[in-house]
Design a protein around this ligand. Structure first.
Ligand code: IMP
Ligand code: MG
Length: 175
């Protein structure tokens, strides 16, 4: 059982809001005159996606992809499976994948491979957080909110055993 007292604040809601603004500016600059398709990797990135799109005054489409989760474990089992695929046609679209965290990189590189096979016009990745110290598979990150230390984080969509997604700030679990 994890209690909230074992968390320390790592990224405040104000810092998150500033990062979302900055990322939205970068994305708007790169996608002007385009109509990107944003694909949120469920469940973790839905809070970030919801805030980000409201800063993007671009014509855009949304879809979601859901993968097999790690269950209650905190480690990637190394095997990823699509539970809910993308319904929107991908061929010829400018696709931007929205993630909450890139940890080992296994999940998002699977998503990028899955989408690449559907022949998008372009394929980029935006992640709110990046934990490079844990990387096992190289991942090209086009838009990065924060680089985080090698600690388990929760809040703003990120969970531990499905809890704490609703916290407005990001917390790190005490070692
Ligand atoms: P990866 O496949 O190891 O890169 O893991 C990516 C997924 O693991 C993320 O989309 C999260 O759902 C989960 N994850 C990895 N690290 C954390 C963390 O520190 N907090 C919450 N979830 C995490
Ligand atoms: Mg996730």
């Amino acid at each position: 059982m994890v209690f909230q007292s074992q968390f320390t604040i790592l990224i405040s809601r104000d810092e998150i809001a500033k990062a979302v603004d900055r990322l939205a500016c970068e994305i708007k600059r790169d996608y002007q005159d385009k109509q990107p398709l944003l694909i949120s990797v469920l469940k973790g990135s839905f809070v970030f996606m919801a805030d980000l799109i409201r800063q993007l005054d671009l014509p855009l489409d949304l879809d979601f992809i859901r993968l097999s989760s790690y269950g209650a474990a905190r480690e990637s089992a190394g095997k990823v499976r699509v539970v809910q695929g993308v319904k929107t046609p991908i061929k010829g679209r400018d696709v931007l994948v929205i993630e909450d965290i890139v940890d080992t990189g296994i999940t998002v590189s699977f998503v990028l491979d899955y989408l690449k096979k559907k022949h998008p016009a372009s394929l980029k990745l935006c992640t709110l957080t990046d934990k490079p110290s844990r990387r096992r598979v190289p991942v090209p990150i086009d838009y990065r909110g924060f680089t985080v230390p090698n600690r388990f984080i929760v809040g703003y969509g990120l969970d531990i055993d499905q809890r704490f997604r609703n916290l407005p700030d990001i917390y790190a679990l005490e070692d």
